[in-house]
Design a protein around this ligand. Structure first.
Ligand SMILES: [Ca+2]
Ligand SMILES: [Ca+2]
Ligand SMILES: [Ca+2]
Ligand SMILES: [Ca+2]
Length: 352
């Protein structure tokens, strides 16, 4: 016994020590219980903290989903706009199936697919050359494939995997046809100086009711459009040849005079001369412009320089097609609709 050499403690003291030990054990238990309790409380405290840290992310996700991005950005900056809601109008360049079609903007195109498995008679009819108003999510092609329900036909599947990003429409109601291609594509002719240089349909090589700049350029070249003005036969127009061409373009009634009415078509179409005054151009005040009067002012307006993109003092077919498309493409979407084919009085467009 440890206490063998020590005086025996009285029974009261013994029992007091026993009680103290019991008390110590109880105290330890209590401390342990409190510690566990505290830990539990801490766990309980932590749970709402965790919940709070999740909630703002969810809110941000909701905000991101609600943020609508103009469709032009989906074409020009697709990587920056993945998973965002895209909305806006675009022309349909090709229809692949009732669930899938291509929309275009300038040199870019995006495949658009309807996610629900809709039957042909349920789906809104979309045609090449239609303009559609679309609300969709921009996905990578892999995410798009996962988002699409039901079986896709081989052509739609092939189109979906043809490029990196795809517009996925959550409901067929999110595709609204804003305008259909207009009739008369084979009747509307490009006429300059009494000569016909082909109809809209002639230029529309892929028959999608839309002209790209390339189709316009190739069509002009195929019809040797420059021939009348290209005096040195180099298949390009120098400044004098270009100005003579434009004089003929705007002399709509081919009387070798540009009257005020014809002059107004020029100023309404080409921004570089939008503020030009007929009286200032008509040097001898005879109420029409001859070639010299026209050239003196037209050459000062730097329209030739705007067409001559590579600054080599000649305008080739590519530059002419590019410049003309820029003037005609009044909604600046990179395509010419039938009603954008040719100069129209009162139509204001930008010469880039
Ligand atoms: Ca076309
Ligand atoms: Ca005239
Ligand atoms: Ca040039
Ligand atoms: Ca256009």
């Amino acid at each position: 016994m440890e206490t063998s050499n020590q005086p025996q403690l009285p029974g009261v003291v013994r029992s007091a020590r026993w009680l103290w030990r019991v008390g110590l054990v109880l105290a330890l238990l209590a401390v342990t219980a409190m510690t566990v309790g505290c830990q539990r409380e801490q766990v309980e405290d932590e749970e709402p903290v965790e919940a709070e840290t999740v909630e703002p992310e969810a809110e941000e996700a909701e905000v991101a989903a609600a943020e609508e991005v103009e469709i032009e950005k989906a074409f020009t900056e697709p990587k920056e706009n993945l998973e965002k809601q895209i909305t806006g109008q675009a022309p349909v360049t090709e229809v692949v199936s009732e669930r899938g079609f291509w929309v275009g903007h300038k040199d870019n195109k995006l495949f658009t697919v309807v996610a629900p498995d809709v039957s042909k008679d349920e789906m809104v009819e979309v045609n090449p050359g239609s303009v559609v108003n679309v609300t969709a999510t921009l996905h990578t092609k892999d995410d798009a494939m996962n988002a699409v329900k039901g079986e896709l036909d081989a052509k739609t599947r092939a189109a979906l995997t043809e490029q990196d990003n795809v517009l996925v429409v959550a409901d067929k109601g999110n595709v609204e046809v804003v305008s259909e291609p207009k009739a008369g594509a084979d009747k509307k002719m490009l006429k300059v100086g009494g000569e016909e240089y082909g109809s809209f349909a002639d230029y529309d090589a892929d028959k999608n009711n839309l002209l790209t700049t390339r189709e316009l350029t190739r069509g002009l070249e195929d019809r040797e459009y420059f021939k009348e003005w290209d005096k040195n036969n180099d298949s390009k127009l120098d400044q004098k040849e270009f100005t003579n061409n434009m004089y003929t373009v705007f002399d709509a009634d081919q009387n070798d005079r540009i009257e005020e009415k014809e002059f107004n078509v020029l100023t309404n179409n080409i921004d570089a001369v939008e503020d030009a005054e007929f009286d200032e151009w008509d040097d001898n005040d005879n109420n029409w412009l001859d070639n010299e009067e026209f050239a003196a002012q037209f050459d000062d307006a730097d329209i030739f320089d705007a067409f001559d993109a590579n600054d080599n003092d000649t305008v080739d077919y590519n530059e002419y097609g590019e410049g003309l498309a820029g003037v005609w493409d009044k909604n600046d979407d990179g395509f010419l609709m039938l009603d954008e084919f040719g100069f129209e009085e009162g139509v204001e467009v930008t010469l880039k």
